[in-house]
Write a protein that binds this ligand. Structure first.
Ligand SMILES: *Cc1c(COP(=O)(O)O)cnc(C)c1O
Length: 457
């Protein structure tokens, strides 16, 4: 154990950066349930998935046994442009809270796309390019994934078509322009350019769109355009695999100073940053080597873990995607338009869902104004303007640090600060003007969409 004072920022050298991603499924006794073909109800194999996804990514998706996947050198070189990301000791926050807790955060906002999503975007674009494809399609909600992928595709010379949830397309023109700067074409979803988009528009005229709708459109275009595949920025096993770089770096940085966390906290939309952050720690927990308290934080307006059902469901509203077994609010669940804090997906990663189901992690839901209060507090104390999504984790980290103050416990808390909030200032404006509402869906509302879950034996 080092006796040096722990610096404000712990960086790894380039040589200390991970050379392989870690696949937590290899250490799970109960593996996440397989994706099912929505037509036949049968598990989807390599041949079923490769018309939609790149070959190597399908291999990663289906592999529940290989613990480490080497990170190709080209991807490691790209990572070096913005990684390793700093692990920050939040001395200022600890001081302000007067807590005996020791707080660390892993900051993933230090790249133009402003979030962790670039870690998987570059990997997915790389495998598409290696396969000789000309382009990829995807959806984006708030815009971070689309931005990250447009950067990765520009770097590798791949075409990119993005379907952007209509309300974001209209509310976030700057995000859209960043994507176009990197050469992506951006279409508001639902659109009349796809059959599924036209069907959704007919069913829900004037809809502001949802991630689920945009996924359906992007998949349709990918499967009907030669040389194209579809890529997804969260939820899938492969995305959690790539994001393990976050957790591997965090663990290596902590080990440099002999620090062992008690508690690891992350926000959960589809589960990719949290899955990545906790991966190597969860591995130790699964192998019985060490115990950690792991907390997923989600919005009360879209509470997949805390109020959802563990069942097979569609990943998209158009019901064209494979079925995944996960905690879900039902694929027809649409978060209230007043919800501005991101993390709007109706389901959750199958891997995290299984781990949660088996008691390896817990979940908390927080309300929107509490999240923005924490965001503002954090910005004033630690300087970084956080993304609303990330601020869910900040909220619970602060709550836990305050508990430590009351009990006198010197817990070590690590949380994921997934990104910056410069493109979310309309939401901040609502908060500052006192116009932000805390919408919480009723039991009836959730029951109605859960009642539409597909019947699977
Ligand atoms: C997309 C995003 C999230 C949520 O996605 P996960 O897949 O759950 O990680 C969280 N924070 C930021 C900044 C994001 O862009």
């Amino acid at each position: 154990m080092s006796t040096e004072k722990i610096p404000y920022k712990i960086y790894l050298t380039e040589d200390e950066m991970p050379r392989a991603w870690y696949n937590v499924r290899a250490d799970m006794k109960v593996k996440p349930a397989p994706l099912l073909n929505p037509g036949t109800g049968k598990p989807m194999g390599f041949e079923d998935l490769t018309p939609v996804f790149c070959d190597e990514l399908v291999r990663q998706e289906l592999d529940n046994d290989t613990a480490f996947f080497e990170i190709p050198e080209h991807i490691r070189d790209f990572y070096k442009m913005y990684r390793p990301s700093p692990l920050v000791r939040a001395y200022c926050l600890e001081e302000k809270l007067q807590t005996p807790a020791k707080i660390y955060y892993k900051f993933e906002g230090n790249n133009t796309s402003g979030s962790h999503k670039l870690n998987s975007a570059i990997a997915q674009a790389y495998y598409a390019k290696e396969q000789g494809l000309t382009g990829v399609t995807t959806e984006t909600g708030a815009g971070q994934w689309g931005t990250a992928l447009s950067m990765a595709c520009a770097y590798l010379g791949l075409d990119l078509k993005v379907f952007m949830v209509k309300c974001s397309y209209e509310q976030k023109p700057f995000r859209r322009e960043v994507m176009r700067t990197y050469g992506a074409s951006v279409t508001p979803s639902p659109s009349d350019t796809t059959a599924v988009g036209r069907r959704i528009l007919e069913q829900f005229p004037g809809t502001a769109g949802s991630l689920g709708c945009a996924i359906s459109e992007a998949v349709e275009v990918a499967t009907s355009t030669p040389g194209y595949r579809y890529v997804l920025g969260s939820v899938l096993n492969q995305v959690l695999l790539h994001q393990s770089v976050i957790g591997l770096e965090t663990k290596a940085a902590l080990e440099k100073y002999g620090v062992v966390p008690d508690m690891i906290i992350g926000c959960a939309g589809g589960g990719s940053n949290l899955g990545g952050l906790i991966a190597p720690f969860m591995g130790e927990k699964l192998r019985g080597e060490r115990d950690y308290q792991i907390i997923a934080v989600e919005p009360k307006s879209c509470p997949s873990f805390t109020r959802g059902t563990f069942a097979y469901d569609f990943c998209d509203t158009g019901m064209v995607c494979p079925l995944a077994k996960m905690y879900t609010l039902g694929s027809s669940f649409m978060p209230n338009p007043d919800h501005a804090g991101g993390l709007r997906f109706h389901g959750m990663s199958s891997t995290l869902s299984q781990l949660y189901h088996d008691g390896y992690m817990e979940a908390r839901a927080v309300s929107q104004t509490d999240v923005f209060e924490a965001a503002e507090y954090f910005a004033r104390v630690e300087g970084i303007l956080p993304a609303p999504e990330s601020s869910h984790a900040i909220r619970v980290a602060i709550d836990e640090a305050i508990k430590c103050k009351e009990t006198g416990e010197e817990k070590t808390i690590v949380f994921g600060l997934t990104g910056t909030g410069y493109f979310d200032l309309v939401a901040y404006e609502k908060f500052h003007n006192g116009e932000m509402k805390n919408y919480i869906p009723s039991d009836e509302e959730i029951a109605a969409s859960v009642a539409k879950l597909p019947k699977v034996e």
